[in-house]
Design a binder for this molecule. Structure first.
Ligand code: SF4
Length: 201
């Protein structure tokens, strides 16, 4: 487990990326169990306890995933809680492009082509992840979240794509505020959880 040859995998599946820059792109998701961030609005609370998810042989998982797609999305939970060197080397050996969705709260590991950073107030991202983010996706739950988003927009690389995404349970109330905000601050784009509208995972 230390070397990352076995990891607690909650689920893995072939679907369309629902959010952010790569919305609509067919991708294979690998959801790794374990998260110590504790967002109260988290929509995958079942992922938090790593021990609840089967320790899975990574070579077998990589064979299964690459039968479907060379576009891989590592998500969680918080995937950076684990050493991703072995998993990403095995995926790279098969010619995959590797994306990660992370809060950035743990050190980077592995060979990652696209970092989607979604910073969380309860456990702030590490500087090294902020400095390498390709996409910044800030969840808007209340008005203060716009300020939090701007703090990170000032720290990510200049070519980082900037997204504001309504927290799902408050989307009807928050969306008009996001639209207004983006009209006044057009460096941002809106991200919508399109997979929830399409009823796909
Ligand atoms: S970081 Fe992600 S998985 Fe962890 S609690 Fe927050 S929303 Fe849930």
């Amino acid at each position: 487990m230390k070397e990352g040859k076995m990891l607690p995998i909650m689920e893995h599946f072939y679907t369309l990326q629902g959010e952010g820059v790569h919305t609509g792109m067919a991708s294979y998701f690998i959801r790794i169990g374990g998260c110590d961030v504790g967002c109260h609005w988290c929509d995958v609370k079942e992922s938090w306890e790593a021990g609840k998810h089967p320790l899975t042989d990574i070579d077998t998982l990589v064979d299964q995933a690459t039968e479907f797609s060379k576009n891989i999305i590592l998500t969680g939970g918080e995937p950076l809680m684990w050493n991703l060197d072995y998993l990403t080397a095995a995926l790279k050996a098969k010619g995959c492009t590797i994306h990660i969705e992370t809060s950035g709260s743990h050190p980077l590991s592995g060979q990652i082509d696209w970092i989607c950073l979604s910073p969380k107030k309860r456990l702030l991202p590490k500087d090294e992840v902020v400095a390498k983010a390709n996409e910044l996706k800030c969840i808007i739950f209340n008005h203060h979240d716009f300020k939090f988003a701007e703090e990170f927009a000032a720290r990510v690389p200049e070519d980082c794509e900037l997204f504001l995404q309504p927290e799902w349970s408050k989307r009807e109330e928050i969306m008009p505020k996001i639209v207004d905000y983006i009209l006044n601050n057009p460096k941002w784009k809106v991200s919508i959880q399109t997979h929830k509208y399409m009823n796909i995972p």
